[in-house]
Write a protein that binds this ligand. Sequence first.
Ligand code: FES
Length: 66
Amino acid sequence: MYVCLCKGITDQDIIQELDQGARNLKDLNKRLGVGSQCGSCCAATKELINDYRHTADNFSLAYQAA
Ligand code: FES
């Protein structure tokens, strides 16, 4: 599913970056450019980050990788 239409970024792109240590919207903006144009994807991206953090396995993997 596309999260950021301006940059063509999907939820899987974001999850992959979170798996690789991105922790917040700022990190995702630097790595993928999410939210760098119209900004309408920022709320959905934050929601995706929160969902990711609430999945215990993913959360611990993210912190191990950082
Ligand atoms: S939809 Fe992501 S910057 Fe426009």
